[in-house]
Write a protein that binds this ligand. Structure first.
Ligand SMILES: Cc1cc2nc3c(=O)[nH]c(=O)nc-3n(C[C@H](O)[C@H](O)[C@H](O)COP(=O)(O)OP(=O)(O)OC[C@H]3O[C@@H](n4cnc5c(N)ncnc54)[C@H](O)[C@@H]3O)c2cc1C
Length: 463
């Protein structure tokens, strides 16, 4: 195995790890990054991202209008139904403007602020070229600064004695060789456990067999398990996380953003019994897409079907996969292997309940149903104009919230309340300090960037 001596050892190769590595380097010392993935797949879930959420008091080159700390926090509070840590949430939010500038200083480029439908141009700074480009910029900067990165190297275990991390045990996946690495300080930024199918099954039961993982296959939660074994305080509920309804034909891993199905609010969604189960028009899709993963997870066999007709074909972004097309609801039922009579009844009951109004998918319009057990409260138009289109849906896990407790210096806290002096955590593995339920788009990268930078800084100051 390569010579792996260093002052600061970073475990992980995504956004939080790279922020920690660069920030540690800024503060001196020899920095080493261990990434379990091969180089081509480096970057974990961060490679799939598009943006980070940032507060700002006036328009900037990358964000329009203003988005204050209070408004940002209110958004977090609302989606989490109050289940967030206000002190930590506000702490992250307040650091976001600095993070955007800091990222730029390492060559990360952002798109000019976006106008348009999703209203994200005010709240979210979009990476030009997406998460891959962001990571490439950070990896190039790391190389330039002499930070060593070892790929296909997995952290297997670590040892904490008297609140000091003594070493990390690592395995070179190419040779199978294992080795203890001793550093002065350590940052664990190895993501959540969302890629670990066995663990998902422990949390969700047999339902997890039908889950798809939107991101990397490498976030197996190994270090989370190890930290728990070593006495770290674990926060959160293993079934909580960010789960989106995605195209059921997406691959098991790494389907990414393009497998998301965005036409739910324009049609109806039925389960395998051909029954509707939730108000598809409750609110704008960007505010609701993150609840549909759990809704589908709780349906029989974790499958659902989003059905629209030709009237709305040009009103949404299509998924990566072509829709299933049929000239009648009966034909669609046959293709989907649903009960024909049940599907025809569901569609005709729905159609007969639509209250005529002016359809406008850009506002919370007056198109709704009246008289159904589950009403559709906006954008309800009859599904009556062939051809009919269908996207099959499965729960797609984005990331899990179970994680380790940290101080605001990113130091890992133990079950007995003591603080590990030279052991830090950043990113998904500690996002549960702030996220315990619900999600606002872009906050994952805000948390990972802010805590990554802090973890690196403090890890370097430790010696
Ligand atoms: C499809 C998709 C789209 C998303 N879009 C957005 C978005 O636009 N904005 C946003 O804020 N968030 C988004 N997210 C969430 C975001 O990806 C995460 O919040 C963020 O990437 C977490 O960063 P991280 O560095 O903690 O983890 P990751 O980026 O997942 O990095 C973890 C790293 O640790 C490595 N690793 C794991 N175990 C070990 C081990 N034992 N030893 C060594 N290395 C290990 C992995 O290979 C990986 O490189 C998205 C997620 C997905 C899946």
């Amino acid at each position: 195995m390569e010579q792996l001596d260093c002052d600061v050892l970073i475990v992980g190769g995504g956004n939080a790890a790279l922020c920690a590595a660069l920030s540690a380097k800024e503060n001196g010392g020899k920095v080493l990054v261990l990434e379990t993935a091969p180089k081509d797949w480096r970057g974990g879930n961060s490679q799939h991202t598009r943006n980070l959420r940032s507060m700002h008091t006036e328009p900037t080159d990358v964000l329009s209008g203003s988005y204050t700390e209070d408004e940002f926090y209110e958004d977090v509070y609302r989606v989490s139904e109050g289940e967030t840590n206000e002190e930590y949430a506000r702490f992250v939010i307040s650091q976001t403007p600095k993070i955007v500038q800091w990222a730029k200083s390492y060559g990360v480029r952002f798109q000019p602020s976006l106008g348009g439908t999703l209203q994200l141009g005010r709240t979210n700074a979009f990476f030009l070229g997406g998460g891959k480009a962001l990571l490439n910029a950070y990896y190039h900067a790391a190389k330039r600064l002499g930070i060593e990165v070892v790929y296909e190297c997995e952290a297997l275990d670590l040892c904490i004695q008297d609140d000091i991390c003594k070493y990390i045990l690592v395995r070179n996946k190419k040779t199978g060789e294992t080795k203890k690495i001793k550093a002065k300080s350590y940052v664990i930024a190895s993501g959540g456990f969302e890629s670990n199918l066995t663990w998902l099954k422990e949390a969700w039961g047999a339902r997890a067999d039908n889950f798809l993982i939107r991101g990397t296959r490498y976030n197996q939660g190994l270090m989370l398990k190890v930290l728990k074994k070593e006495g770290a305080k674990i926060l959160g509920d293993p079934t909580q996380g960010h789960m989106v309804a995605i195209d059921a034909r997406a691959p098991k891993y790494d389907g990414g953003i393009v497998s998301r199905v965005d036409c739910v609010s324009l049609g109806i969604v039925v389960n395998k019994n051909a029954q509707r189960f939730y108000d598809e028009g409750e609110d704008f899709w960007p505010k609701r897409y993150a609840i549909w993963g759990r809704l589908v997870a709780n349906q029989p066999d974790q499958i659902a079907y989003c059905i629209t007709d030709s009237k709305v074909l040009d009103k949404y972004m299509p998924s990566l996969f072509p829709p299933i097309v049929a000239s009648s609801i009966a034909d669609l039922a046959e293709i989907l292997k649903l009960d024909k009579n049940a599907l025809e009844k569901t569609v005709s009951d729905y159609n007969n309940s639509v209250v005529p109004s002016k359809f406008d998918h850009m506002i919370l319009d007056g198109c709704k149903t009246k008289g159904l057990e589950i009403e559709k409260t906006h954008w309800a138009q009859k599904v009556d104009t062939p051809p009919f289109y269908c996207y099959p849906l499965r729960p797609g896990i984005t990331f899990t919230y179970l994680g380790v407790k940290v101080t605001k210096n990113a130091q890992i806290v133990k079950e007995d309340g003591s603080v590990c002096k030279n052991l830090f955590a950043a990113g998904e593995i500690m996002a549960g300090n702030i996220l315990s339920k619900g999600y606002v788009a872009g906050f994952g990268m805000s948390i990972g960037s802010v805590f990554g930078k802090i973890a690196g800084e403090n890890a370097a100051k430790f010696f």
